[in-house]
Ligand binder design. Structure first.
Ligand code: ZN
Length: 542
């Protein structure tokens, strides 16, 4: 996920685009340790369809940092609603995707229906009223928390990301089992509830939280917040963090890399907005009286983006509805990424596991690369502006990367701060699989454009805290990770390698993996000795 440092201002972008390009070049020259920056800038452009294509400068720098400075976007008065135009749906595209053998497409079409609410999982029911123009969100949250930690809990810790933004989060009241709870503390991102009696293993409690968010201005390198025509709500409600190895897991944020770790939960959101606001969300919507209800089961987090200017095109892979939300002037790009998404969901459903949710939303926004959430991914407006058709570009490669995170983050979770390679390496290598099966002649292009151009070095098992610069971090985790996967595949052979991918995504479906789980599942799928491959890429011994 991520962004670099320009601002893709829709409509008025020429000067800004040039400025960002200069910055991009400066970035490439200035911050590549430990390996020196590539000396020859864009040789790969020669093999690219789009004349101006160049790799995103900061592939996958995630959100998470807070920048309270004045944003750089140009305020443009809201254009009166072109908004709710739903363009003529794009026909279902799977039948035209000849590169995938027909039997595989048939399997892809049996994509999963989400599991029912699981009483052993944390259940969130949220009622939220969004005032789009005033940038406020009033929320009543009910959490049914089931203690499956195996130990008695004297406190419960929740993540409250909006509280990292000065003045954005107002906590009105906390309840436990319908009684007001006053023994809590809220410090930065951490809300600690001190329970009057320990919560015994195997028992449940119901928590209530009333709060309001004064949605902040979206920082140029962040997602959470509003700009002139869009509100992005990510990690916006308090959630119980995982309890791992006898402690609540809530890592410190960093300027790059994701720091949050999630359990799988069942989420219901009842939402009210103004009638001219279009909402892109992690789940399908239905009317519930005067509310719009969304239900997302077996997921990490519920995300939405609202705009009074969204245009939308949709397609499907079997029962999975895929919707692309974009802005006026970007229809070709919005439909281009929709087509790629259909291809990606098709091939990943075959090669990994059925797509984990009922819907997928792809949302254009002002960030600098992309960012994944369950059932919803954000992609940079710059990529839409650069798009010239085809698949050799940032919009498709980064878009496919974020879509792959639906499996490697959503379905199979991990500690994104301490073992980020488990989701980032897998999402990056999934791009290679996407091109391999849909555009087999683009293999060399992909390795050069997305990986080797950056001369990757470093250890794959780097944490977000010991990666040094952002460039060094992504070079080690994402890009050397891609080479690790390729070497592993050669050592195992294709049959065992793809059997491993299925075994891994099935065995740890809606769970959370560790490095030991990954390596153990590899070893369960091959008799080959992989120890030298691991030594070559990993600092730790496994
Ligand atoms: Zn990623």
């Amino acid at each position: 996920m991520t962004k670099f440092h320009s601002h893709a201002v829709r409509g008025v972008q020429q000067p800004i685009r040039i400025a960002s390009y200069v910055w991009l070049v400066a970035f490439l020259i200035s911050c590549t340790s430990p390996t020196p920056a590539p000396q020859v800038f864009p040789t790969f452009i020669l093999v690219t369809q789009a004349a101006n294509a160049s790799p995103t400068a900061t592939p996958f720098q995630p959100s998470g940092e807070i920048n309270t400075s004045v944003p750089t976007f140009t305020q443009v008065p809201p254009v009166t609603a072109v908004s709710t135009n739903t363009l003529t749906p794009v026909p279902t595209l799977t039948t035209t995707l000849t590169p995938i053998p027909p039997t595989q497409v048939a399997v892809a079409a049996t994509t999963a229906v989400p599991p029912p609410v699981d009483p052993a999982r944390t259940n969130y029911i949220l009622s939220a009223e969004l005032d789009f123009d005033a940038h406020t969100l009033d929320v009543d949250e009910t959490i049914r928390y089931y203690n499956n930690t195996g130990v008695a809990l004297s406190d419960i810790v929740l993540s409250v990301q909006p509280n990292r933004y000065g003045g954005a989060f107002s906590l009105f009241a906390v309840f436990q089992d319908n009684m007001t709870l006053t023994t809590y503390s809220l410090n930065d991102q951490r809300l600690t509830l001190n329970l009057s009696q320990p919560l015994q293993p195997g028992s449940a409690t119901t928590l209530g939280i009333k709060f309001k968010i004064n949605i902040p201005v979206k920082a140029s390198e962040g997602l959470f917040g509003y700009d002139y025509n869009q509100i992005d709500l990510v990690d916006w409600y308090p959630f119980v963090v995982p309890y791992i190895n006898n402690s609540w897991t809530l890592h410190d944020p960093l300027s790059f890399g994701e720091h949050l770790v999630y359990d799988v939960s069942d989420i219901e959101l009842n939402l009210k907005t103004g009638s001219d606001v279009v909402v892109a969300a992690s789940a399908p919507s239905e009317q519930n009286g005067e509310w719009t209800r969304y239900r997302l089961y077996g997921a990490r987090t519920f995300t939405l983006s609202a705009s009074d200017e969204f245009l939308m095109s949709e397609s499907a892979v079997g029962p999975v509805k895929i919707r692309s939300y974009y802005f006026d002037g970007y229809q070709a790009a919005g439909e281009g990424i929709l087509y790629a998404a259909v291809q990606a969901v098709s091939i990943f459903s075959v090669k990994f596991a059925p797509y984990p949710y009922e819907t997928l939303a792809i949302v254009q926004t002002d960030i600098h690369d992309g960012m994944e959430y369950d059932g919803l991914v954000f992609l940079a407006s710059d990529f839409y502006g650069q798009y010239g058709g085809g698949a050799k570009n940032n919009l498709v490669s980064i878009g496919v990367h974020e879509i792959a995170h639906q499996w490697w983050f959503g379905l199979v979770g991990n500690d994104q701060a301490m073992e980020p390679w488990l989701d980032e390496m897998m999402a990056t290598y999934s791009e290679r699989i996407f091109y391999e099966f849909n555009y087999p002649r683009y293999g060399d292009w992909w390795w050069q454009f997305r990986v080797d151009y950056f001369s990757p070095s470093g250890y794959v098992d780097t944490t977000i805290y010991d990666g040094g610069t952002f460039r060094a971090y992504t070079n080690a985790v994402y890009l050397r990770g891609a080479h690790f996967m390729e070497d592993l595949r050669v050592r195992m052979g294709d049959d065992n390698f793809f059997a491993f991918l299925k075994d891994y995504s099935t065995r740890y479906s809606r769970g959370r993996v560790t490095t030991a789980d990954f390596i153990g599942t590899v070893r369960a799928n091959t008799t080959a000795d992989i120890s030298d491959v691991i030594v070559n890429y990993f600092l730790g011994s496994y």
